[in-house]
Design a protein around this ligand. Sequence first.
Ligand SMILES: [Zn+2]
Ligand SMILES: [Zn+2]
Length: 361
Amino acid sequence: MTSYIKALVVREAGTAPAVEELRLPEIGPGQVRVRIRAAGVCHSDLSMVNGTLSPPHPLVLGHEAAGEVVEAGTGVTRVRAGSHVALNWSPPCRECWFCTHGEPWLCSTANVAALENGSTLDGAPVHVTLGLGAFAEQVVVPERAVIPVPDELAWESAALLGCAVLTGTGAVRNTARVAEGDSVVVIGLGGVGLSVVAAARAAGAATVIAVDVSEAKKALAEAAGATDFVVSSENLSKDIRSRTDRLGADHAFECVGRAATIRAAWRATRRGGQVTVVGMGRADDMVELSALDIFSSARTLRASVYGSSDPDVEVPALAQDVLSGALKLDHLITDRIPLAGVPAAFERMARGEGARSVVVF
Ligand SMILES: [Zn+2]
Ligand SMILES: [Zn+2]
């Protein structure tokens, strides 16, 4: 049975995304069909359309989503029709070197920019962002790309757990291992950065300095638990030092994905401090550090991919935290929009307004 759905499609590089009708692929063994109920607009979606990344086209955007399983293919055991699920854009295979050495977030089969799945009504094959293409009424994905979540969890919360919240929380807990009493700088206050702020406070950080180019992020940063808010400027490292006993912070999290902000994060940390890059940047944006500085500052620079997490374990745990009230996500959602509202949400994001826009179906 062929299903037709509406989805947000970019026809060619450089053209605006538009809602169009598509043909879903038929469900195969080990696959599930999911009716999407909520999908967050993530910075990586913007990166798919603004030239930061070069995905194939036509392309369905969207990868931070939750929904209800409507059909499960033969051999599917983890969910059935009616199951509530969050989508996983980096589903581990459990067999490759990385998966069998405790690093499923680096699975060699995952993290693909776009896969072919479905077609346009005129028969052209369509690609889906990060194997999902979740700005769509329904998706057909492998069983391992869905994570069951409790029925009581709000769809919008479940959606955010699948990217921004897992990425931000994991960067703090798993990658950087922020400890009680640490000082933390967070540069870039989108959905991921605000999740880093909240997770750092929850981990017991004494000082959490939230940094953004937009003054308008101050209230959001404070709602997430920041102790300080700083508008980014040339004097950022001096400003950070004045708030951290002249030392610089124990940790800096770069949630933008640009060489300039990675350097700013580097300079914001103390000698021996840790810089964690969470933002995804361009291939040709080079970070310049001096050889002497790398040695004498004794800092650590590393990246956090998908929060260095195992989503199958950590998304259900985060869902319980949301249900118990230990993890609050409401402040992250600043706009609820229809599918056709995504391009305007990209513009708000580029202007530095708001936190997460969520498409509600
Ligand atoms: Zn994302
Ligand atoms: Zn693997």
